[in-house]
Design a protein. Structure first.
Length: 193
């Protein structure tokens, strides 16, 4: 299988690319597949025999997408170099934290605010969202870029507008959630701002 760039000047062989990735990450993936992948000592990763073993493994398993997917999912993913912790938290977490803290939501904007929740100000207790799926969905949309194509805003504008709407949870909560998610996805480094 081959692919070319837009200009057609360069041909990249997918098999060769996979072999190059495997040479760097194969030792990590060996445990994932129960030893099906050959173990390579760090000092022999670059040698020809290792390249041939990696190529042979990929060739032997090319029609086993479940095995290949498991192998690739477990590979380290590098790093997330610039993450706003507050923006990396899922909207559903903000709703849960705000409900636990008995905070309010501005129905028109989805912004989470402190008490009092007054109808004159358009604020209601956010815990009501758990009994109103339309309200819950509207809050998630307001605090995220979900359904952005229907909102008529750019992703940039929506993303940065959400920060003023967040509420609930502690700074520790806001750091713990994205770090735990990154760890579960094998991201090995995060620079949180």
């Amino acid at each position: 299988m081959k692919t070319t760039d837009r200009g057609g000047d360069r041909v990249i062989t997918i098999k060769r690319l996979l072999v190059q990735i495997a040479l760097v990450l194969l030792p990590v993936g060996c445990a994932v597949t129960g030893g099906v992948v050959p173990q390579l000592a760090p000092d022999t990763v670059a040698d020809t025999a290792s390249t041939q073993r990696a190529a042979a493994w990929f060739e032997a398993h090319r029609h086993r997408p479940t095995l290949l997917r498991a192998f690739i999912q477990r590979m380290p993913k590098g790093g997330d170099l610039h993450t706003h912790a507050a923006g990396a938290v899922y909207a559903e977490s903000y709703i849960a934290w705000a409900a636990a803290e008995d905070l309010c939501v501005v129905r028109a904007t989805g912004a989470i605010t402190k008490q009092p929740c007054t109808a004159a100000d358009g604020k209601i207790p956010i815990r009501q969202a758990y009994n109103d799926s339309v309200l819950y969905s509207a809050i998630v949309d307001a605090l995220s870029t979900r359904n952005l194509a229907f909102a008529g805003r750019s992703g940039h504008d929506q993303f940065f507008a959400t920060f003023a709407k967040f509420g609930g949870g502690t700074q520790g909560d806001q750091v713990a959630e994205p770090v735990a998610r990154a760890a579960s996805q094998f991201v090995v480094y995060m620079a949180l701002t």
